[in-house]
Design a protein around this ligand. Structure first.
Ligand code: 5GP
Length: 198
């Protein structure tokens, strides 16, 4: 998606350790007009899929997923980061390893809000090694829900997450795929994947 790529080129900041900071329009300050364009693009790419729920993960996916949910006219559920004290039979629980923080944490989704009746579109801001998505997929599996697809804002194509997800045969639509980025020169190269229409 050209609009998102241009914005990343203009305002993204490359940090050592393969971290791309997009704080000024996605992760801290949020550009809702951009989110609306992203939501429309996912709606177009997942046209015909019987999505009845959007699932994301706390915290940085929530803003994007909320705008996408309005476009799809469905509710949005976010997996909550949990303390062990919250864990009980009413929740699906899984462990996720954080790419940015380098530690493991548990997330929960209430059984009330996800079940075999659901056709889920998973939305998140970044795809790196795929740990966050694997956790969300595990939760949908526990719930017996169908996964209709995954929409990602920024995929780091040089990390393995995208390959792992596509290998599972899930439709993955990343709106910008960063193939390489150089912290010294600030240069970013974008690419595309089969099926992304670009
Ligand atoms: P993964 O689980 O795929 O390894 O990493 C995905 C999660 O880590 C995303 O939900 C995102 O919050 C965070 N993340 C991974 N790489 C980056 C990055 O380069 N920049 C930012 N801002 N977040 C990232």
């Amino acid at each position: 998606m050209k609009l998102l790529e241009e914005r990343i080129r203009r305002d993204g900041i490359i940090r050592p350790g393969n971290v791309l900071k997009v704080d000024s329009f996605i992760n801290h300050q949020m550009d809702i007009t951009l989110f609306e364009e992203m939501a429309k693009e996912w709606k177009r790419r997942f046209a015909g899929k019987p999505v009845n729920k959007i699932l994301t993960i706390e915290a940085s996916g929530i803003g994007i997923a909320a705008i996408a949910a309005r476009e799809f006219q469905v509710p949005v559920v976010f997996a909550k980061k949990a303390q062990s004290i919250n864990l009980d039979a009413d929740n699906y629980v899984t462990k996720i390893r954080s790419f940015t923080h380098g530690r493991e944490y548990e997330v929960i989704v209430s059984r009330k809000f996800l079940g075999p009746w659901d056709h889920v579109l998973i939305i998140d801001d970044f795809l790196a090694n795929g740990c966050a998505l694997m956790g969300l997929l595990e939760i949908t599996q526990m719930a017996g829900a169908a996964v209709e697809g995954i929409g990602i804002a920024v995929e780091k194509g040089f990390q393995e997450g995208g390959r792992l997800i596509r290998q599972k045969g899930i439709q993955l639509e990343s709106l910008a795929i960063v193939e390489s980025m150089d912290a010294e020169t600030g240069e970013i190269c974008f690419g595309s994947r089969e099926g992304s229409d670009e």
